[in-house]
Design a protein around this ligand. Structure first.
Ligand code: M6R
Length: 324
């Protein structure tokens, strides 16, 4: 298939990127604590990793942006492992942050032989292929799939998942590429983008594992479309921030199966007469929904950028990696 832009091509490559990762053997051992360092989109993948390590594998996990960890380093125990995630492997803050770590250092990167691989004891490659668009898409989902695999593996080793449960989770993971393909071949995101053409401010809400996707969706919308977008946890949004909403500011609500908290928030916003657009993933279990929800937000950012005549592969003011 021919695509007019790298961003769209890379969004559509995600099922294959995930498929290629599923049967790979990877390991980080069995730590008693995990620290994660990253920036931007990689930081949001780290937040999904934190959710999985804590909720599935029951390993205490901290995430800090690399730049902030230089001011406030994460606490380490003798059996902590620190994971630095960076698509490029060259982000200056992540390199500096990893250098100051005492615990076992693992890099997750798409950058073959990049600088981060020289600073880490072990490297897990995301193998997503070159990502040319400045906005990270397929490298994000390639980072996610590794976190799912590692969390299930640790949970199996430390008996938080039985053999049967582990096999069921791996099987569910194997269904993701197909589910994504189905979605990509038939979606109506371009129509939603059309309805947001004149919108200057957007709110993105998520709950649970999709809080990280709300942040990532807002980042994608900011960098690709220059829209002022902010991501929030839905419940937290009600504690003051909801005051910003008016008829000019739509909310994108990530809605998953049986999500009572999100429904309550949506009802509150609509009751005030303000618009809510549902980014919906009800047909997949909530645990795996980030693959389907993030792709919708990536596509929305892409289509909106095109409608606004933005050079989507090379947005203003940013570069592919921040090396200084
Ligand atoms: O190469 P890295 O993953 O370390 O890059 C980190 C961020 O600079 C990067 O994710 C940035 O936020 C992207 N433009 C996101 O699309």
């Amino acid at each position: 298939m021919n695509f007019p832009h790298f961003m769209l091509k890379e969004i559509h490559e995600q099922p294959d990127v995930i498929r290629d990762q599923i049967d790979r053997v990877i390991s980080i051992g069995l730590p008693d604590r995990i620290n994660i360092l990253a920036c931007g989109t990689s930081l949001h993948a780290g937040l999904v990793g934190q959710f999985l390590f804590e909720q599935i594998a029951k390993i205490p996990t901290q995430v800090r942006s690399s730049s902030e960890s230089l001011c406030a380093p994460l606490l380490e125990t003798p059996n902590t492992i620190t994971i630095a995630i960076t698509q490029s492997g060259e982000t200056a803050d992540t390199l500096a942050a990893l250098q100051q770590v005492q615990s076992k250092r693992i890099a997750i990167t798409n950058g073959i032989d990049s600088t981060i691989t020289k600073l880490a004891e072990d490297t897990i490659y995301t193998n997503a292929g070159e990502e040319k668009s400045v906005a990270a898409t397929k490298t994000f989902t390639s980072q996610l799939i590794l976190f799912y695999k590692l969390a299930f593996q640790i949970a199996h080793w430390n008996q938080k998942l039985s053999d049967r449960e582990f096999a069921a989770q791996v099987e569910a993971l194997q269904q993701i590429p197909q589910q994504l393909e189905k979605f990509l071949s038939n979606n109506t995101i371009a129509e939603i983008a059309q309805s947001l053409k004149e919108t200057r401010d957007l709110i993105v809400l998520g709950t649970g594992i999709n809080c990280a996707i709300a942040l990532e969706g807002a980042l994608k919308l900011k960098e690709a479309t220059y829209t002022h977008a902010e991501g929030y946890a839905a419940g937290e949004f009600l504690h003051g921030s909801i005051a910003v909403l008016d008829s000019q500011i739509p909310t994108l609500a990530i809605v998953t199966e049986n999500n009572i908290r999100m429904q309550k928030t949506i009802d509150r916003i609509r009751a005030n007469g303000n618009r809510v657009i549902e980014i919906e993933a009800r047909t997949i279990s909530e645990l795996f929904s980030p693959f389907l929800t993030v792709v919708q937000l990536q596509l929305l950012a892409y289509h909106l950028a095109i409608l606004r005549g933005i050079d989507v592969d090379r947005p203003r003011n940013i570069t592919k990696s921040l090396t200084t």
